[in-house]
Design a protein around this ligand. Sequence first.
Ligand code: BTN
Length: 269
Amino acid sequence: MAIDVSAKIRIDRLQEGLRTKRLGRSILFSREVESTNKWAKELAMYGACEGTVVIAETQIRGRGRLGREWVSPIGGLWFSLILRPELRPTEAVKLTFVAGLAVAKVLREMFGLKAETKWPNDVLVNGRKICGILTEMNTTGETVNFVLVGIGINANFDVEKVFPEQLKKVVTSLENELGRKVRLESLFRSLLERLENLYELFLREGFNPVLKEWKNYAGFLGRQVEVTSPTEKLSGLALDVDHEGALVLRLEDGTMRRVFVGDVSLRTK
Ligand code: BTN
């Protein structure tokens, strides 16, 4: 039997055999949206329940962290989850780590790829970005109304053909790593199952068990890195990610520094 791995997502297969209790019990699909996070936000504002997922074949204005654009051609897996955890905002931001760990684990389990987590929100394969996560929150004071976890996985396309020149060397896709296309629907279902698993662990036992495992997948720890934050550029040894999700750096002059926002790149020299 021929395996159907066309770029088009088969809506009827998104929920087929899905073994989750809350994530993906309600799935909305569109061929094209501006951004699944934006769509999810509108639904959440109208009261969409915990676990609702929106997924699109392509995004014309996909959003990345720090106001960046996220290239989202057909063939990728672009989706957002609506969560309503009873957590304080400082805890809810850690859902980025839950999602990153879920993606890294699924890419290893399903495809045998050596997927690694990179602080704060990336998953890499062979040192190149294959997945980005955008977590956004709506709060009233210390109450979290909802959290949107947007996940983008470069899947069935060749980055050489679809990415702008300056990104080609730093991103990769499942197709580039495996030399074949994958079934987006079964990848999606496995991700939801793993996400639910880890989300429940996080709600039940807190951040520690998730962080511990996330660190086991983090290839950048113990390496010399450069961190570009909105206000400064730092160089040092990536020592740890602490209980608040901050990156702990030992700078070149020996002082320690905790960083909450920024991008990490490995130092080559
Ligand atoms: C980043 O690495 O900067 C985060 C990228 C997040 C991309 C995903 S794709 C699905 C969801 N919708 C968006 O507009 N962004 C996220």
